[in-house]
Design a protein. Structure first.
Length: 97
């Protein structure tokens, strides 16, 4: 299973994803697609992600956790690798002076 969560992306990208996946909630896409289709959709998202846009890709993977997480764009979270274990951390915002 593959899950993609989009924030502030072009409507054309969302339209492209609805050809392959179900959108149960705005910006959330779920489906069972091949690795090739998943990678091509992710490349399309990467190419069209603007300055304020962000995207999260979660998919089944052969590792200890059983899934892989990829993030692009500006967001409040980052994925950190700890000896093969992917953990999500909040991004610290620097105080404005």
């Amino acid at each position: 299973m593959t899950v993609i969560v989009l924030t502030n992306v072009k409507p054309s990208v969302r339209g492209e994803l609805t050809r392959w996946m179900v959108e149960p909630k705005p910006g959330v896409f779920i489906g069972r697609v091949s690795a090739m289709v998943r990678d091509r959709l992710w490349m399309r998202i990467r190419r069209s992600t603007g300055a304020d846009a962000s995207a999260i890709l979660l998919y089944a993977h052969d590792n200890e956790q059983g899934y892989q997480i990829d993030l692009i764009g500006r967001g409040t979270r980052v994925v950190r690798d700890f000896d093969g274990l992917s953990l999500v951390a909040r991004v610290r915002e620097e105080p404005e002076i």
